[in-house]
Design a binder for this molecule. Sequence first.
Ligand SMILES: [Zn+2]
Length: 180
Amino acid sequence: MIITKLQSGTQHANKKESFHMICDTAAQLDIRKMPPELRPVPHVVDFEGERLVTTWTTTQFGGRRQWWLCPSCDRRCAIIYRRGKGPLWGCRICMGGRYASEHKSPRQRLLQKIKKLRKRLGQTSGFIGTAPPPKPTNMHWRTYDRLVAELEAMEAVYLAPDFEAMEARERWRAKLLAQV
Ligand SMILES: [Zn+2]
């Protein structure tokens, strides 16, 4: 019975599809977030017509941790996803899932890092490219100096295209004015 399910799952996972599943918004079951009374006991449950299998490992301090066994590849995983309207569940790899952050461009990721660093320095609103926030009272000067240097380097990279565009506009204007 389980074998049958695993085979059909594998076929589903191998199907080439043109879009990527975004893990953040996909239907998912995170076993770590399930209340104990909702966790699959025994290890095999029928969920929306699909047979889901779980397994246990022991943790370092004598506890036990429950995992899904991916219906497609049998891998242990904490989260299984359902892709589109398909009835089958699978791990992130089988489902070809990506995280939303992977879809961001390098420039978007850099901006995210800059904002995160400014937040660490105590700035929660306002602009980038402005003077760095003053040193938070609980931060060592050495850490502050290092973070400010990092911030300035990243912002120089981020803002460089704007400066280049500005300079290009200035050159173009000067050229026009010279022709008059
Ligand atoms: Zn899998």
